[in-house]
Design a protein around this ligand. Structure first.
Ligand code: ARG
Length: 463
């Protein structure tokens, strides 16, 4: 083709090769080699379609097919030599194909460009990550359901402002995360539906004059349809942004749960014991068991959201269609996906292993005047007080107990009657935490019966 040092793939008009720094800034092979399987799969579908359309001979198509399989096994076997001079995965694969099969390799790129090729490869890779996230979330939800089932009626303090609010059940708290992770799962599923259009055949940007069959390649590659506008097909990366948005929200949920585990496993709370498998020790303080996995999960949102911000920033000012800026779409998306999958797996492992400390939870549930709302509700229900008055009476009783250094159920009936004479002995029934949670029977409430109903629904959905 040409005998200068210029690029063998596109160097026809070039007299000299690139500067070393140009090569360094231009090459993406260091990271986009990760797309090798998608690249080869896309090329195989493209070659088969070209042959079916009479654009390639069957003989050439067969040579390309065989050659691509060889390249695939070389990459998977670790013997493939990636070259920076060949810039990216697309040209590395094609150059090796040429070395293996000769002239027919040069025909593979008919009616195609690296612009639709990279859009295709990356889209298929992100699509796989949506599936992986959905699987990871399903596993995590299953582990949470098991925790909820074990402790559907265990009481613990529910918090607002991280101050004791009202008693809730352990099962209810676990199932709150099941709901959040279920929405995360549906976000990945929604994004997957929208991204499932094939850009292949958009070519450089305008489509092609060859009689290709984009519907055939779309179907062969598991897409619902070919994308309807060739400019859009090569120009947008919104599918990656949707993935990263779903990943950021999911990582935020993981981070909140991780934060709770850090708090709950502390000596001051002792709500849960994390397993040795997901903790580390300190090199100086022998008593320490640190919740490192939870802390790292808590931190992953930083890089995942960072990747999202980076890609938004990269894309925001680009005129249609492809610009090389878009090569910067991959590294951080790869990193975000890796971080998310690892965080999901680590959280699942921690949840599976963790042991709730039922006595600690129950003791904490009863402290901090957690049944004050139950007392106020009793005054409304039994004595027909307006809620505002009941709130005031209860507040006075809380202050009295606080002064005495006891909890609400430790006040005597006489003490209570000194604040409101209508209070009767049966008020003590609502001051216990078990009665409190059992009474919260509104749909979605914390009563064990409600939690069990939600559990049954989720167990059926998770299969
Ligand atoms: N490595 C490139 C990327 O990741 C592939 C597409 C190159 N296209 C081009 N016209 N230079 O974006």
């Amino acid at each position: 083709m040409n005998d200068t040092k210029s690029n063998a793939m596109w160097g026809g008009r070039f007299a000299a090769g690139p500067d070393a720094i140009m090569e360094a800034i231009n090459a993406s092979i260091g990271f986009d080699k990760r797309l090798y399987a998608q690249d080869i799969r896309g090329s195989r579908a493209h070659a088969a379609m070209l042959a079916a359309q009479g654009i390639l001979t069957d003989k050439d198509a067969e040579a390309i097919r065989e050659g691509l399989l060889t390249v695939l096994s070389e990459i998977e076997g670790g013997s493939f030599e990636f070259s920076t001079a060949l810039e990216d995965i697309h040209m590395n694969v094609e150059a090796r194909l040429k070395a293996l099969i000769g002239e027919p390799a040069g025909r593979l790129h008919t009616a195609r460009s690296r612009n639709d090729q990279v859009a295709l490869d990356f889209r298929m890779w992100v699509r796989d990550q949506c599936d992986a996230a959905i699987d990871g979330l399903t596993e995590l939800m299953t582990a949470l359901v098991a925790q909820a089932e074990a402790g559907a009626d265990w009481v613990m303090p529910g918090f607002t402002h991280l101050q004791t609010a009202q008693p809730v059940t352990w099962g209810h708290h676990m199932m709150a995360y099941v709901e959040m992770f279920a929405r995360d799962r549906s976000r990945f599923a929604d994004a997957r539906v929208r991204m499932n259009e094939s850009p292949l055949g958009a070519a450089a940007l305008a489509g092609t004059s060859f009689p290709i069959d984009r519907h055939a390649t779309a179907e062969a590659l598991g897409f619902d349809r070919p994308s309807a506008n060739s400019l859009d097909a090569v120009a947008d990366r919104d599918f990656a942004l949707e993935f990263l948005s779903a990943a950021s929200i999911c990582a935020m949920h993981l981070s909140r749960f991780a934060e709770e585990l850090v708090i709950w496993s502390s000596a001051q709370f002792r709500f849960v014991a994390l397993s040795d498998r997901f903790s580390t020790g300190s090199s100086i303080m022998p008593q320490k068991k640190n919740p490192d996995a939870a802390e790292l999960i808590r931190a992953k949102i930083g890089r995942i959201l960072g990747a999202q911000v980076a890609l938004f920033t990269i894309m925001k000012g680009l005129p249609l269609t492809y610009s090389k800026d878009m090569q910067e779409d991959k590294e951080q998306t790869f990193d975000a996906a890796d971080s998310l999958m690892l965080a999901l797996a680590a959280m699942e492992g921690m949840v599976k292993d963790m042991e709730a400390n039922r006595p600690s939870l129950e003791a904490a549930a009863a402290s901090g005047f957690s049944t004050a709302t139950d007392l106020a509700d009793w005054l409304v229900r039994e004595l027909d007080l307006p809620f505002r008055d009941a709130h005031h009476v209860t507040g006075t009783l809380v202050a009295m107990a606080e002064k005495k250094g006891c909890d609400l159920p430790d006040l005597t009936l006489a003490e209570m009657q000194s604040v409101h004479e209508g209070i009767r002995e049966d008020v003590f029934g609502v001051l216990g935490v078990h009665n409190s949670v059992a009474s919260r029977m509104s749909y979605g409430g914390t009563a064990p019966e409600q939690v069990r109903a939600q559990l049954a629904r989720w167990k059926e959905m998770l299969g």
